[in-house]
Design a protein around this ligand. Structure first.
Ligand code: KDG
Length: 347
């Protein structure tokens, strides 16, 4: 009897211990809270979808360097690339829950949380990067960052993903005619999806983390991203053709969990805000150098490059106009009008 009682007691003890340790690892931020009260550093877990070679990750390392130096180690930044923490959407949800502190998605998935961000996903919106810079620093774009607060998110800065270009494994694309029926992966955003349908393609939305495998297995024929991403993610291994469609300029949005941001001192809030902006300038510079360099490297890796003539591009612009008209009210007429006005002023 004694033996049975001892056995039951030890089983109970083991289960209680296991349950305790399980709670610890599942609680995410509990360690941080504990370390705060101990006066140790607060930890920012920062994740992105792109890999460690991309300028976005180098920008994130810059953010880490600035924040850790300026806070004297009171805040430390742990960086994760290649979707190690999940895709853009699930990382944004983790920020809302307070289990992750920073993510830097493209505006396309952000629009699923605050619809107005889709204004930047209007095809052929920005004529060049300089105009994009001015508009993103302007009143309307900066105002959109504050709208994220209703979603428990804090928008700290815009970074650059850049002009998106089309690649595929089937044929050289010089015009809309060549796009007919191509299965193209788009980001998870209805405006992208509808625009590609109008261009004659057969689009499928998909998280970036699944893209390489989908291209490799032929689930999709092609995708669209800036040259830096196409090269650094090695899409040339599974894609044969690239064209300078430059159909959308994607900004990145550097965002932080509101729960975490609200727990910082005013001085720390200023430091993370300024660091996000300064690191963004660094990222933008590296990104432009990368995009200028990698088109040549893609051709050296064996991709054929096809230039889109101004006439062929105009045909695309005309084809997507009904989608833009349709989305104006969905995005918010005031926002769309204000951005178009600021673009005219910036030109
Ligand atoms: O880190 C950012 C990426 O997750 C993503 O935004 C890249 O442009 C992108 C895409 O096509 O999903």
């Amino acid at each position: 009897m004694k033996k049975i009682l001892a056995l039951v007691c030890s089983v109970l003890l083991i289960s209680v211990l296991a349950a305790c340790s399980g709670n610890d690892s599942a609680s995410g931020n509990s360690g941080d809270e504990e370390s705060d009260s101990n006066g140790e550093s607060k930890v920012i877990k920062a994740g992105i979808g792109l890999n460690q070679d991309h300028p976005q990750y180098k920008g994130l390392l810059k953010f880490k360097e600035i924040v850790e130096e300026k806070t004297d180690g009171a805040i430390t930044v742990d960086t994760y690339h290649s979707g190690q923490l999940g895709d853009d959407r699930s990382m944004m949800e983790a920020l809302q829950l307070g289990t992750q502190e920073v993510v830097i998605p493209s505006t396309a998935p952000v629009a699923n949380f605050v619809k107005e961000f889709s204004v930047f996903d209007i095809p052929f919106l920005f004529p060049n990067e300089e105009v994009a810079d001015k508009v993103l620093a302007g009143e309307t774009a900066q105002g959109l960052l504050t709208k994220l607060e209703d979603q428990n998110l804090v928008g700290l800065a815009y970074w650059e993903n850049g002009f998106r270009d089309l690649t595929n494994s089937k044929r050289a694309v010089a015009s809309m005619e060549d796009m007919e029926g191509l299965k193209i992966r788009t980001m998870e955003n209805d405006l992208h999806l509808d625009a590609f349908k109008k261009l004659g393609a057969n689009p499928t939305p998909m998280a970036f983390t699944e893209l390489f495998t989908a291209l490799q297995q032929g689930t999709v024929d092609g995708q669209e991203n800036p040259y830096a991403t196409i090269y650094l993610q090695k899409f040339y291994e599974v894609q044969n053709h690239v064209s300078n469609t430059h159909h959308i300029y994607s900004p990145f949005v550097f965002m932080m969990s509101k729960q975490f941001y609200d727990g910082l001192s005013e001085e720390q809030q200023t430091i993370v805000r300024e660091a996000a902006v300064e690191a963004g300038e660094h990222e933008r510079k590296l990104n432009r150098e990368a995009n200028a360099k990698y088109l040549e490297d893609l051709q050296e890796e064996g991709m054929t490059y096809t230039e889109i003539t101004p006439e062929a591009r105009q045909e695309m612009v005309d084809a997507v106009q009904p989608v833009i008209d349709d989305y104006k009210s969905k995005i918010g007429e005031d926002t769309v009008d204000a951005i178009y006005k600021e673009i005219e002023e910036a030109k």
